[in-house]
Structure formats: structure tokens, C-alpha cells
Ligand binder design. Structure first.
Ligand SMILES: CC(C)(CNC(=O)c1ccc(Oc2ccccc2)cc1)c1ccc2c(N)nc(N)nc2n1
Length: 327
């Protein structure tokens, strides 16, 4: 290929890849699958290797430090990482409760939790040592972020007991850290993140763990995948035990018999949502008894024993310097 053709192809690739990057990071609306981005990015790298004199400072290859690597190693989840069934009205919660009562034959207790708005994370421990951290990916295959999760302060690297355990939770960027990061990026003339969830995803999915380390990420852990290993019978006991093991577990939870108290909880946190230092997008009802959870089972993507009640979307995320955070 002659230099002229290479130049044309490279400027086309730079244009496309920078457009994809911008959409992914600032508009919270990826334009293409990671695999398409990867394939074009590899094409650009090959051409730049062949014609180094054609590399320009705005080429995506020159921003490698900050480009979240969609070429992180892959991890297969032995137990799938599931998502949530969503409802948008209290009436639908009542229908869910009726379905459960009919399936189980009696009223059940629910563990009621805030639905943390971050990115799902799985942590695997062997003999009490953290050996792997991974993202959900498509539920069966996620990305290996082990080195990055080792930089997150409230993730225990070693448990006080030599347990073989897999726990799951949400990785998130606190709102104050998000505001600070975007203001810094704006001052450096970099693209800003659309919302804390995108900022958390972009910060966790890095090849360079030192970038992750600077981003003040946090977690709330909410599931033990193998509860038999910690001798607990309910979701609420599991969360207590995880707290004792050193995990950061969200305290705004309670056990409700049927739906008593859930309406008040929804009203309280819809009100409090803007003042919380982390993002939530609803509440979650989980059948508290773990044996009942097993009996109720899961569909391919969603457990049958939990339901998420989604809050209406918050008003559009205005640009950061206009928001004065009240803590
Ligand atoms: C309920 C679950 C989907 C996690 N649970 C799982 O991923 C899960 C996965 C396999 C399980 O067991 C299986 C075992 C074998 C086969 C299939 C499933 C059980 C739970 C979930 C997801 C997001 C949550 C969130 N943002 N906030 C809170 N507060 N809770 C959340 N809970």
C-alpha cells in the first residue's frame, strides 16, 4: 500500500475511533460493540506500525493510557452473573409478591435493599485470599480486572477466615469523586464522563491499574454465590456475615414480612436519593430465605426470587460545575 492510501485510511480510522470513544465515555451511548472498536483499533495500529511517520497526536493509539481496554483478559463465570427483573409501580411489586406466595404456598420475608447504580463485580477468594476480580460482561463471560480491584480500598484482599468464597456486588464512583474527576478532566481539555456509572466502568476497565488507583472507586457487596460456605440461611444473615468478613455492605436495608414497610422505604429513598453520596436507581426485594431462593430458581438472565423497583430517571445530569453537592 502506498503512503497516500495509508494516510487516507488512517485519517478515516482516527475519525471513527475518536467518535466511538466520545460516544462511549461522554454520551453514555456506545455506538458499536467492543469487538468492532477492537477490530478497527487493531487496523489502525497495524497501519501506524507500517507508516510511523503518519502517526498523529490525536490518534487513539496515543491515548493508550486512558483508553479502557476492551482487550482485558476474559473470565468465565462458573455461576452466571444475573441481572434484575424491573418493575415501575407498587402494584407490580404486589403482583410479584402474589406470584411468590402462590409458588411457595405461604407469605415470605423479603430482604429490602437499595439498588446500587454501578457496574456488577465478582470477587473470588481461595483460602481467604482474593484471587480474581471480574466484570459481568454478558453474564457468562466477563473481563479480568483483578489487578484493578486490588487498588480499591474497601475490597478485602485477605479475609479473617481461610474461606473459599465468591461474592458479588456493585463497583461505583462516589458522586463527590465523580464531580472532582470531571472538573479535572475538563480543565485538562479531556472528555468528561456522562455519569458516575460510566466513570466507574471506564476507571475499572483499565489495563493500567495505576489509573484505577487514582479514581477513588468503591463497592457495595450484596451476594454470596456459595452461602453454604459461610453457614447462613437467609440473605440478611449473609449480609451480616459479609460485614463481619470486612466487606462494605450497604446499611440501608431491612427485612420485611410481605410488603409491609416497603412503600415507606420507597418514598424515603426516592426523597433521599439526591443526598446519598452514591448513585441508586431503585430498590430491590429479595426473598430472604436462601432455600426458597434455590427452590424458586432463575430464568436464564434473572432470578425469580428478586425484583427491582426502578425510580423514575433523575433530571438530566447537568454539567458538573453547576452542581453544588450538599453532603
Ligand atoms: C440479585 C442480583 C442479580 C445478584 N445476584 C446474582 O447475581 C446471583 C447469581 C447467581 C445466583 O445463583 C445461581 C446459582 C446457579 C445458577 C444460577 C444462579 C444467585 C444470585 C443483584 C444484582 C444487582 C443488584 C444491585 N444493583 N443492588 C442490590 N442491592 N442487589 C443486587 N442484586
Amino acid at each position: 500500500m502506498d503512503q497516500q492510501t495509508a494516510q487516507t485510511q488512517l485519517s478515516q480510522l482516527r475519525l471513527e475511533l475518536n467518535r466511538y470513544r466520545k460516544a462511549y465515555y461522554t454520551e453514555d451511548a456506545p455506538l458499536v460493540e467492543d469487538s468492532v472498536y477492537d477490530q478497527k483499533y487493531q487496523q489502525l495500529l497495524q497501519l501506524e506500525q507500517q507508516f510511523p511517520e503518519l502517526v498523529t497526536p490525536d490518534s487513539p493509539s496515543q491515548l493508550v493510557g486512558d483508553v479502557p481496554a476492551s482487550n482485558l483478559a476474559k473470565v468465565t463465570h462458573e455461576i452466571p452473573m444475573l441481572s434484575m427483573g424491573d418493575v415501575f409501580s407498587f402494584a407490580e411489586l404486589q403482583e410479584f409478591n402474589e406470584r411468590i406466595k402462590n409458588a411457595v404456598g405461604h407469605p415470605v420475608d423479603y430482604n429490602v435493599e437499595l439498588k446500587i447504580d454501578g457496574l456488577a463485580l465478582s470477587l473470588v477468594y481461595q483460602q481467604g485470599q482474593l484471587v480474581q476480580g471480574s466484570t459481568r460482561g454478558d453474564g457468562s463471560i466477563g473481563e479480568d480486572v483483578t489487578n484493578n480491584v486490588r487498588t480499591i480500598k474497601n475490597i478485602p484482599q485477605t479475609l479473617p477466615e481461610p474461606l473459599d468464597l465468591e461474592v458479588r456486588g456493585e463497583c461505583f464512583m462516589p458522586k463527590a469523586a465523580f464531580a472532582k474527576l470531571n472538573n479535572q478532566r475538563e480543565q485538562n481539555g479531556e472528555t468528561v464522563f456522562a455519569n458516575p456509572r460510566n466513570a466507574a466502568a471506564g476507571s475499572l476497565r483499565q489495563l493500567n491499574a495505576q489509573i484505577t488507583a487514582q479514581r477513588q472507586l468503591s463497592t457495595f457487596i450484596y451476594t454470596v454465590v456459595n452461602p453454604q460456605n459461610i453457614a447462613v440461611a437467609t440473605q440478611s444473615q449473609a449480609l451480616e456475615k459479609m460485614t463481619q468478613l470486612g466487606y462494605h455492605v450497604n446499611p440501608e436495608r431491612f427485612v420485611s414480612h410481605d410488603l409491609q414497610g416497603v412503600k415507606a422505604y420507597i418514598a424515603k429513598y426516592q426523597q433521599l436519593r439526591d443526598q446519598l453520596p452514591y448513585g441508586i436507581d431503585g430498590i430491590v426485594l429479595k426473598v430472604n430465605d436462601l432455600t426458597l431462593q434455590q427452590q424458586l430458581g432463575n430464568t436464564v438472565k434473572v432470578p425469580r426470587w428478586e425484583i427491582a423497583y426502578k425510580f423514575p430517571p433523575e433530571e438530566a445530569q447537568t454539567t458538573i460545575h453547576q452542581i453544588e453537592w450538599t453532603v
